[in-house]
Ligand binder design. Sequence first.
Ligand SMILES: NC(=O)c1ccc[n+]([C@@H]2O[C@H](COP(=O)([O-])OP(=O)(O)OC[C@H]3O[C@@H](n4cnc5c(N)ncnc54)[C@H](OP(=O)(O)O)[C@@H]3O)[C@@H](O)[C@H]2O)c1
Length: 360
Amino acid sequence: MSNKNKNFLVHKTELNNTKLSDSEISELQNGEVLFRIDKYAMTTNNITYAVVGHKIGYWQFFPAEEPYGIVPVWGYADVVESKHDGVKVGERFYGYFPMGNFLKIEVGKCSPFGITDGSTHRAELAPIYNSYSNIKADVSYNQEMEDYAPIVRPLFTTSFLNYQFLKSEIFFDAEQIIITSASSKTSMGLAFMLKKNQEDDGKRIVGLTSPGNLEFVKNTGYYDEVIAYNDLEKDLNQKDSIVVDMAGNSKLLFRIYDFLNEKLKFSSLIGLTDWTSEKEFKTLPRSKFFFAPAFAQQLFKEWGIEKANKEIAMAGESFTRDASQWMDLVYFNDFKSLSKLYHEMLQGKVDPRKGNIVKI
Ligand SMILES: NC(=O)c1ccc[n+]([C@@H]2O[C@H](COP(=O)([O-])OP(=O)(O)OC[C@H]3O[C@@H](n4cnc5c(N)ncnc54)[C@H](OP(=O)(O)O)[C@@H]3O)[C@@H](O)[C@H]2O)c1
């Protein structure tokens, strides 16, 4: 069978240089499976995959013609051809896909819960990215919420894991948790977890955001207090604190540090939403990068995969239901509108109320 495949390519070092590629899909070998990608989400996290593509290896998942790469996305795909006994045509999977129409994988592990891509070029990458869950056995799958899941699920998993990390460190003895890029879904997921457990943990939840997103963030109810970046020295409480940072803006991080000084007990560096800003964190005292896939492996070992997946699924389900109250889904059905979306997001034009789904 011959299929035409289109992929959206991004120049690996000039991120605003993009193009479409057209290719034939070669015949399947024994053990391979061909997915038709049905739909996927686009959030700032995907822009970060491109920004740190070289450093963390995100360009390696779906190789393209040099010097271009393919940005990975989370979504759903259906099996349209299979040369593996354990995978049937028509089965639907959730996982990590290229911004394109098709993906061919070489099945590694196979169980009723899902399959892994055992291709050599993916072997060194975090296992969480190489697994595809069969929706029939996926505890996190809920048909009613299907279009919210690729947006919320990968981000909320990070929020959940970061919450468990902070809890395991007894919140570094802090009284309040300050979260930057407070309007981002990852930040709101963390604030949601903190709120849910506030009676037990007793931590105050503070969000820092841009002035235009202030009212929106306040209205979600996840934070005890929301402060615009410019007002932080005026409004921020000088209590023992942790910063959880999504912005990756060292000026902001040092401003908070200068203001709180010894009261800043720890900074957990998660993201780079403000990816064009200066990044000089090495001298920021008591800070550490939080790489969710690495902590996931640690937690999976401690809790066991079944318990961990169940807990993430339960908390994720309640956050997704909640998020569906404030999130408007927006659909992109051709490569031209996808390209426009990508370039807008690259310039930081992101409306946090919107959940972007690409279905081409
Ligand atoms: N380390 C990990 O393992 C891991 C895993 C998942 C996600 N993350 C990171 O978490 C962060 C949040 O991702 P998300 O997908 O949740 O974001 P999102 O929902 O798309 O967030 C949108 C918000 O991010 C801020 N923002 C976006 N572009 C910006 C820019 N160019 N300059 C400054 N601020 C910008 C704005 O927030 P404000 O107006 O509130 O500032 C905006 O409202 C990303 O950096 C992502 O890479 C890290």
